[in-house]
Design a protein around this ligand. Sequence first.
Ligand code: PEP
Length: 252
Amino acid sequence: MRKKIVIANWKMNHDFHETTNFLRNLLKIFLEKKINHNKEIIIAPSFPFLHISNQILQGTTLKVAAQNIHQMDKGSYTGEVSASMLKSIGISKVILGHSERREFFIEKNDILLKKIRIALKYEFHIIFCVGETAFERNQNQQFNIVKNQLKETVFHCSSDEIRFFYIAYEPVWAIGTGKVATYEQAQTMHEFIRSLFLERYGESVSNKISILYGGSVNNLNAKALLLQKDIDGGLVGNSSLKLEKFLEIIQS
Ligand code: PEP
């Protein structure tokens, strides 16, 4: 049985005080066992607050992820952050391939493959995002797009390396738009993604790989989404910024 997972992607939101207050309050609720859940919880704050976030949550089941890493190990890349730097402050999870990185920072599949390589070198767990745009769905190209995104990146990895991955299906048209995929659209794509893993790596890997849905997940739709057979959790943006809403999602 795959464990359900909820990942909060805070993007460029929450300053120092908002980050630390949120995490301290969340931790208090967890330690006082005020909520009932059996999910893996991961929070992805901004770079400057990863260290303090990790310190606050140290020794608990709540984990911290970075939202990005640079593809090079070190060197003259002004303004960038390397996997080894993050590792040195105890971070070992990272989101890669998010559609905002693909769109605004022109991260194509070749760059993403380099990022995967460096992340694996430092034994990061990778939350790898795939998904089609509205235009591509209207052209009925969603399955080809997602297949290609995986073929040119994740599928270069060995079956042994796949244990470091979570896949997040995030249709671009559903991210931050309030337009969630129907349960059927999401389940169909998740089943398709699992079938690609079956074809590439065999049954054991495809049964184990966690495939999360992302795109306007909120406290009202999370439960039904997470009930779908191949949906193993949610990657949550906006609705993870408010503690009350996030707690509801965790408990759904
Ligand atoms: C995201 O950016 O990963 C995301 C899913 O955002 P939202 O939940 O706001 O659609």
